[in-house]
Design a protein. Structure first.
Length: 340
């Protein structure tokens, strides 16, 4: 009853502010699983800075004053749950074993764990996680680890799965080395292409991808359950550079049932006055052109994620979102669920 009352209150607040676009809510009613099948939850879809991003506002025009950015700001002015978006993160839950794993430790990890405890509660002491998988050492993907340290939760031996350079960075660079030294986290090494067996029903396989590697390698993950496989690549420089490594994104899509793929920017010129070649990510428009060659059944697997606060595809009903949907593709939504 408390959950239902809280959700009704949130919808009531949105109704009161519907004149500025708050009628859309990203938070569906917590589901009641109808089986013991393991599942994946999307806990965030935004780029590292989240939505809104630091410094965004009417004077900044969100990111340059474009019309869709002004509309995004209008939605941000409304109370929660209006149009704020959390930094990209997934959770995997096994109701049968009562285990949970997190993918990425974001700056929004407090809210994400709070939502996870509502939507997929399990017993035990906080943080009620059996491990965290990290893709790389950029701010949106690992800095939430600080919440498990001495000043906050004070976790004990929380498994953190990372590639060798990522693990070395955490164990030798402050303040992260304190988490290791005090036993708040316990580093578990990943190996490119080698599956990690989580339990009898779930496994995770890291895949090296080309992206800026100032402090660590960069990986995506294939998450495999009894019935389905999910691909998660939140950051990559380009599909063409992945081709050069000997892996085609089309082949990866063919090998899974759902593919969460980097969609940081919709198109070139999205950030006025900035040379966007300095932000290497595949534009959604480029991905749409490339994926247009795929059968509709393959395109339907793609769910774009890791959207920058300037990305017009954030807006339901926008021309960008309509173009994506006409192409047979989707934009990921917070709290969407995929049975594994």
């Amino acid at each position: 009853m408390q959950r239902r009352a809280a959700i009704l209150l949130l919808f009531g607040v949105c109704a009161a502010f519907s004149n500025i676009g708050c009628a859309y809510s990203p938070l569906p009613t917590p589901f009641q699983p109808n089986s013991n099948a393991p599942f994946l939850l999307v806990l965030g879809i935004a780029q590292d800075g989240g939505v809104p991003q630091t410094g965004s506002g009417p004077a900044a025009g969100i990111g340059g004053g474009a019309g869709h950015q002004d509309l995004i700001f209008q939605r941000l002015r409304a109370p929660e749950p209006a149009f704020r978006r959390l930094v990209v993160s997934l959770a995997v839950v096994d109701p049968q074993s009562r285990e949970r794993w997190l993918f990425e430790a974001t700056p929004d990890i407090k809210e994400q764990l709070f939502r996870l405890d509502i939507w997929a509660p399990v017993p035990g002491p906080a943080p009620r996680l059996n491990g965290i998988f990290l893709t790389h050492a950029h701010m949106g993907h690992y800095t939430g680890l600080a919440q498990f340290g001495h000043e906050a939760l004070g976790a004990k031996d929380l498994p953190v799965y990372a590639m060798p350079r990522m693990a070395s960075f955490l164990s030798s660079s402050g303040p992260w080395d304190q988490l290791v030294r005090l036993g708040n986290i316990k580093l578990k090494l990943l190996d490119d292409g080698k599956p990690v067996q989580l339990n009898q029903r779930l496994s995770v396989t890291p895949l090296r991808v080309p992206h800026r590697q100032e402090y660590s390698e960069v990986v995506g993950f294939i998450i495999e359950g009894p019935e389905k496989r999910v691909l998660f690549i939140p950051d990559i420089d380009s599909w063409e550079e992945l081709d050069a490594q000997g892996t085609r994104i089309e082949d990866l899509i063919a090998s899974v049932d759902v593919a969460y793929l980097d969609a940081t920017f919709y198109a070139d010129g999205e950030i006025p006055g900035r040379d966007m070649s300095g932000f290497p990510h595949p534009f959604i428009t480029n991905s749409m052109r490339r994926f247009a060659k795929l059968p509709m059944s393959e395109r339907a697997k793609v769910r774009f994620i890791h959207l920058n606060h300037t990305n017009p595809a954030l807006l339901p009903g926008s021309k960008a979102r309509q173009a994506i949907e006409r192409a047979g593709l989707k934009v990921a939504e917070e709290m969407e669920r995929v049975e594994l």
